[in-house]
Design a protein around this ligand. Structure first.
Ligand code: HEC
Ligand code: HEC
Length: 185
């Protein structure tokens, strides 16, 4: 009897697998879909005016979903020496922004680019441009189009090349490198 149950469970798993989304309709809570199956494209757009104002004045306001929680904590703990700049904030604002970043960090919502950026991550990088997925995706772009390109300057300027960056869209078909154009690999 026990054996039969296991057998039937296997069959039912295969058939629900085949009917795809039916797993999602189970509301008895017994099944969990694997994380990532229904991920939304890109990263969640910024929707916090305070963050947009305070962290979008020197560079684009990076979406919280571009870094994991521990990176945002480390970054927000060192604003007085922020990549050579002083980006200190009054304590209340800093705490409010940190809360927003932590609630929406990569790993806390289900967006495809966020999920990829934190996969296989070690340590606590301060830069998005140091994350393994980022490095992998940009490894073939020659330096003359980035550092050597006055209209780009560094990989930190996502919105110089990604025309949808401010909406949280990093689709490779929406890339336009200044002075070069669309990038075909
Ligand atoms: C006074 C200007 C200034 C302000 C304000 C500022 N930043 Fe920056 N930020 C910089 C500079 C300069 C860099 C380094 C850019 C480069 O290397 O080209 C940087 C880089 C970053 C990076 C790394 C980007 C990468 O290369 O992946 C993150 C993340 C970041 N800032 C987040 C923030 C957050 C969050 C705030 C708000 C609390 C903020 N910044 C406010 C100047 C600023
Ligand atoms: C010099 C131009 C340039 C800059 C600056 C740049 N990118 Fe890209 N990015 C590209 C190109 C080109 C590709 C596509 C590479 C390919 O198809 O081989 C790409 C690919 C990507 C991808 C992979 C596409 C996907 O759908 O997963 C992501 C994510 C991404 N970039 C995010 C960023 C972020 C975040 C920043 C800023 C921290 C940034 N990029 C800065 C040029 C740039």
């Amino acid at each position: 009897m026990k054996r039969l149950n296991v057998y039937m469970l296997a069959i039912s798993m295969i058939t629900t697998g085949l009917s795809g989304m039916s797993l999602a309709d189970d509301d008895d809570g017994r099944y969990m879909r694997p994380w990532g199956v229904n991920a939304r494209p890109g990263v969640a757009p910024v929707d916090n005016p305070l963050y947009l104002n305070e962290c979008g004045s020197c560079h684009m306001a990076y979406q919280p979903g571009l870094l994991p929680t521990h990176s945002w904590e480390r970054l927000m703990a060192g604003l007085e020496d922020h990549f050579g700049e002083n980006a200190e904030l009054p304590r209340e604002e800093r705490d409010a922004i940190l809360g927003y970043l932590l609630n929406n960090a990569a790993g806390r919502n289900n967006y495809r680019v966020s999920n990829k950026l934190v996969r296989g991550l070690r340590g606590t990088p301060l830069r998005i441009s140091e994350l393994p997925y980022f490095v992998h995706e940009h490894r073939e772009i020659p330096a003359r189009l980035v550092r050597g390109n006055p209209k780009v300057g560094s990989f930190s300027n996502c919105d110089a090349c990604h025309t949808g960056a401010n909406r949280g869209s990093y689709n490779e078909h929406q890339v336009n490198i200044p002075g070069y154009g669309r990038y075909d690999d």
